[in-house]
Design a protein around this ligand. Structure first.
Ligand SMILES: Cc1ncc(COP(=O)(O)O)c(C=O)c1O
Length: 414
């Protein structure tokens, strides 16, 4: 007899990204033509040759053994220096851990902070993985409201907080909305977290993709606070800034020594360590970051500025996203809900986009941390997400076909 699985993990729905990923591959196989893949946040450009060479050289030198659980000292020193100079964060090698991708770093950080029955505050429009990871760590996700420009405010967050709240998650620049929080907004969220005794997790995966304003790291506002009293844990990745998605490399700057010590135990149990050649590649990436990050930002900004304005003209997008790699389109006027829109667009025009409702999933969780049911915020039923970090020809072609599809829907309903 096959044993049943009744774990909390078994109750967690797979994300909207997973479904569309499979559907796009299936469509390509069946139709035998390229799908315009606007659904995945994978860039069309590659890391520099110095990064690839550092990886290959490390392999050829035989630097392929385990490294310590916290990562190579040379890489941690380089990351601490980068945080000091570029982000204004006062970290230390003793509080900085390298992880196999920031997704894993985030999951481990959540395990580090989780307590039975604790709640985590997440934006109501979020990266679905944040919800999945929170549930896996044993948190109960509580969603906070965003305004019409997808910005949070301290009052709406305070309104949904409870005595069980332990963590506030901030993601600026945001996936999927592209919103960037300004200094005043970050200050007010940080003050609230401080008053209530919460940890703050700042996911800064898109730190180098800000188009209209500078990136501000949340932890930079804690520079003058004694280390033991700091509350902001910051998560960074090499995937986006350096186009190193497949290298799987990220790092977490823990707020204080206690959290760093606990996360080391968590990582020992989870990963033993991070790929050694990937860490050598990371050292090279940080050394040449001034040129590479500026060049990569320029490529994505060019895509944004050239390809997205027709979506504004067509009334599907309010304004160009201020940061990140994604735009949320409102396709409500087609009369189709976001899932039907994405399915029909893929079938009719060979363009893959992600239905927006998956970014607004609301899980209901029982006392054992199992998801008993879930629904979607009704206002997200008209949203779809596109990624604009993809090949410019795909992007323009995909958006052209999407606009054609919307027009055809208009004609049908006229
Ligand atoms: C908001 C956000 N955080 C973290 C990640 C994780 O990236 P990685 O695991 O490749 O570092 C992603 C990837 O899409 C993301 O969108």
């Amino acid at each position: 007899m096959t044993p049943a699985i009744h774990s909390a993990a078994e109750s967690i729905p797979s994300s909207c990204l997973h479904g569309i990923f499979r559907a796009a591959e299936e469509q390509e196989k069946q139709a035998g033509v390229d799908v315009m893949k606007l659904h995945v946040g994978d860039p069309y450009f590659n890391p520099g040759e110095d990064v690839a060479a550092a990886f290959v050289d490390a392999v050829q030198r035989g630097e392929t053994k385990y490294t310590g659980v916290e990562g190579m000292t040379a890489l941690r020193e380089a990351a601490v220096e980068k945080l000091r100079v570029d982000n204004g964060i006062d970290s230390d090698v003793s509080r900085l851990l390298i992880s196999p991708g920031s997704c894993q770093g985030l999951a481990a950080l959540l395990q580090t902070l989780a307590e039975p029955g604790a709640e985590i505050l997440l934006p109501e429009l979020h990266w679905p993985v944040h919800v999945q990871q929170s549930l896996l760590a044993g948190f109960r996700p509580v969603l906070y409201r965003l305004d019409e420009n997808f910005h949070p405010d301290a009052d709406s967050i305070a309104a949904v907080a409870t005595p069980r709240t332990k963590v506030l998650l901030i993601n600026s620049p945001a996936n999927p909305t592209g919103a960037i929080l300004d200094r005043a907004e970050i200050e007010s969220l940080l003050q609230l977290a401080r008053e209530r005794g919460w940890h703050v997790i700042s996911d800064e995966a898109y730190e180098h993709f800000t188009y209209d304003r500078e990136h501000l790291s949340v932890a930079s506002l804690e520079r003058d606070v004694p280390v033991a009293e700091r509350i902001v844990h910051s998560v960074f990745t090499f995937s986006k800034s350096f186009a190193m998605t497949g290298y799987r490399l990220g790092y977490v700057a823990l707020a204080n020594d206690k959290a760093a010590d606990v996360m080391k135990v968590v990582q020992e149990a989870n990963i033993i360590g991070t790929s050694t050649p990937a860490q050598y590649a990371g050292i090279a990436a940080l050394a040449s970051r001034a040129q590479s990050t500026a060049a990569n930002r320029k490529l994505v900004q060019h895509n944004r500025d050239v390809a997205l304005p027709p979506l504004i003209d067509a009334g599907l997008l309010r304004e160009l996203p201020a940061g990140g790699w994604y735009a949320m389109l409102d396709v409500g006027r087609t009369g189709l809900d976001s899932e039907t829109f994405a399915t029909k667009l893929l079938e009719a025009k060979g363009v893959a986009v992600v239905p927006g409702n998956g970014f607004a999933m609301r899980p209901h969780v029982d006392d054992h941390g199992r998801v008993t049911s879930h629904d979607y915020a009704p206002w997200a039923q008209h949203l779809v997400r596109i990624a604009f970090c993809v090949d410019p020809t795909w992007l323009e072609n995909g958006i052209g076909r999407l606009l054609e599809f919307v027009e055809e829907c208009d004609e049908r309903s006229a």
